[in-house]
Design a protein around this ligand. Structure first.
Ligand code: NAD
Length: 484
């Protein structure tokens, strides 16, 4: 079904865009046209920021419990329209529906309800006895208008990482989705409208990087929350640094999946968590452990296990419920992944499975899931983010060397440790320089802070810490007596 929009969602209304420019969407699996939306221009961003500023005056004054109720209605509508949402996301970016049902269908409503619950329980004001006489009223005030910039790989859940805590705090949002995934953003707008979210609390401005840069530097924006590549994140951070504008940056990764020498790796038991930690969403996920660190004493055995595991994955149309690996999100993205596979070969790494395009797929931007053996951690394929279904298996001597290799990376976002001894796994996990890590599984939980160190970003999303991103502190010193 072809989806067409002629208007933009700004200030709670569907308004005529300021230009006739359009963004056209192509199915990643079939290369067929699937939709078209207006491309927002700078003047549309101006309107969206102005609408968000107007809405902020009231929304920030709502009782947190009233905001929570509105957010729960929003969650109900998103649940009702989840299947439609999943279809839109999967046809655009190639995420298999079986995965999108959880990550893009269910997760945003879970986040809205979680932050609605936090808003109900929050103390926004606290009175503290002073040491120098008087007391202080410490207030957590909403920071204002948030510019939220979202990538294409998990467009709905990553958007919810931002708008759910921002709305709970009393902020309003101007969201810029990635041009590769805009049809889902329009459905999000419809859901907000249907849920009766007050006009201007959530505004959507679809466009590319220039429009994103315009939003980042807009004088009417109080805070930027960005998820995307490290290169773009540096530019966003530079602008925000100059403007002294608070910013959260969730950027790229190149995490390690460390297999300890006692790991059993029985695929009948661990195939699902192993897949989630290393390959979910066609490898187009920031936190994946794509550097698989393996004890040298068990190297050949574990390379064979990974080769069998990856070779058995079902590659297919993203809309087929049996598919485990779908296509890359765009031609550009496939070129990037194929470029890295060529680099890996040129560096001397050995392809044990995959390495090309699936023979039975003439259409769609498919790449075979691929395993490289004989990889040294210094190789480009071990240092740079490939963002595709490509694993590099790297040998290590002892546990100290595994930790050293894992930490020898510009990034620090995710990671996992695989062992039959959870206490040992935890001890190793504590030594890894990263923002998040799992033992025998990996999945960001809404209640815990998520984010990276080093080139993986600044700040954290999710958990109560994610809500604090959208608040600023004000101390009001109260004297013993009023004067005058
Ligand atoms: P990208 O940086 O090209 O684009 C991300 C978003 O930022 C898009 O909406 C884009 O239009 C916009 N943008 C690009 N340059 C900009 C600029 N200079 N100013 C303002 N906005 C700009 O990234 P992508 O290719 O869409 O997404 C993939 C990247 O995102 C990967 O590196 C991945 O690791 C990262 N990512 C990180 C996380 C995380 O939470 N750490 C999650 C998902 C994806």
């Amino acid at each position: 079904m072809y989806i067409n929009y002629d208007t933009l969602f700004i200030g709670g209304e569907w308004v005529k865009p300021s230009s006739a420019k359009r963004i056209d969407l192509i199915s990643a699996s079939t290369e067929e046209p699937i939709g078209s939306v207006p491309e927002a221009q700078e003047s549309d961003v101006d309107d969206a920021v102005a609408a968000a500023r107007r809405a902020f005056t009231e929304w920030s004054q709502w009782a947190p419990s009233d905001r929570a109720t509105a957010m729960e209605r929003f969650a109900d509508i998103l649940d009702k329209r989840a299947e439609e949402m999943v279809g839109r996301v999967s046809s655009q970016n190639g995420m298999p529906v079986a995965i999108a049902t959880q990550l893009e269908g269910a997760y945003p409503a879970i986040l809205l309800r979680y932050y609605a619950g936090l808003a109900r329980g929050l103390e926004f004001d606290e009175t503290r006895p002073g040491l120098l006489g008087g007391t202080t009223l410490v207030r957590k005030e909403p920071i204002g208008v948030v510019g939220a910039i979202v990538p294409w790989n998990l467009p709905q859940s990553l958007a919810a990482f931002k708008y759910a805590p921002a709305m709970a705090a009393g902020c309003t949002v101007v969201m810029k989705p990635s041009p590769e995934t805009v049809l889902d953003a329009f459905l999000l707008a419809e859901a907000a409208e249907e849920a009766g979210i007050p006009g201007g609390v959530l505004n959507i401005v679809p466009g590319g990087r220039e429009l994103g840069a315009y939003l980042v530097s807009h004088p009417g924006v109080d805070k930027i929350s960005f998820t995307g590549s490290t290169d773009a994140g540096r530019m966003v951070g530079q602008t925000c640094g100059h403007l002294l504008r608070p910013v959260t940056l969730e950027l790229g990764g190149k995490s390690a999946a460390i297999v300890l020498d006692d790991a059993k790796l029985e695929l009948e038991k661990i195939a699902e968590p192993l897949f989630t930690a290393t390959l979910i969403n066609n490898g187009q996920t920031c936190f994946l452990g794509t550097r698989v660190l393996v004890p040298r004493t068990r190297y050949n055995e574990i390379v064979d296990i990974f080769t069998g595991f990856v070779g058995a994955l079902t590659v297919g149309d993203a809309l087929d419920p049996a598919t485990q690996i779908g296509p890359m999100a765009s031609v550009r993205q496939r070129e990037r992944v194929e470029g890295y596979i060529a680099k890996g070969r040129a560096e001397g790494a050995r392809v044990t499975i995959g390495g090309g395009r699936p023979a039975d797929r003439d259409l769609g931007w498919f790449v075979e899931p691929t395993v490289f053996a004989d990889v040294d951690n210094s190789y480009v394929i071990a240092q740079e983010e490939i963002f595709g279904p490509v694993l590099s298996v790297i040998p290590y001597g002892d546990e100290d060397e595994a930790v050293r290799i894992a930490n020898d990376s510009d990034f620090g976002l995710g990671g996992s440790v695989w062992t039959s001894d959870p206490a040992r796994g935890l001890a190793v996990a504590k030594r890894i320089q990263t923002g998040t890590i799992g033992v025998n599984h990996y999945m960001p939980d809404p209640t815990a802070p998520f984010g990276g160190i080093k080139a993986s970003g600044l700040g954290r999303e999710l958990g109560p810490e994610g809500l604090a991103n959208y608040q600023q502190l004000k101390s009001i010193y109260l004297g013993q007596e009023h004067v005058g």
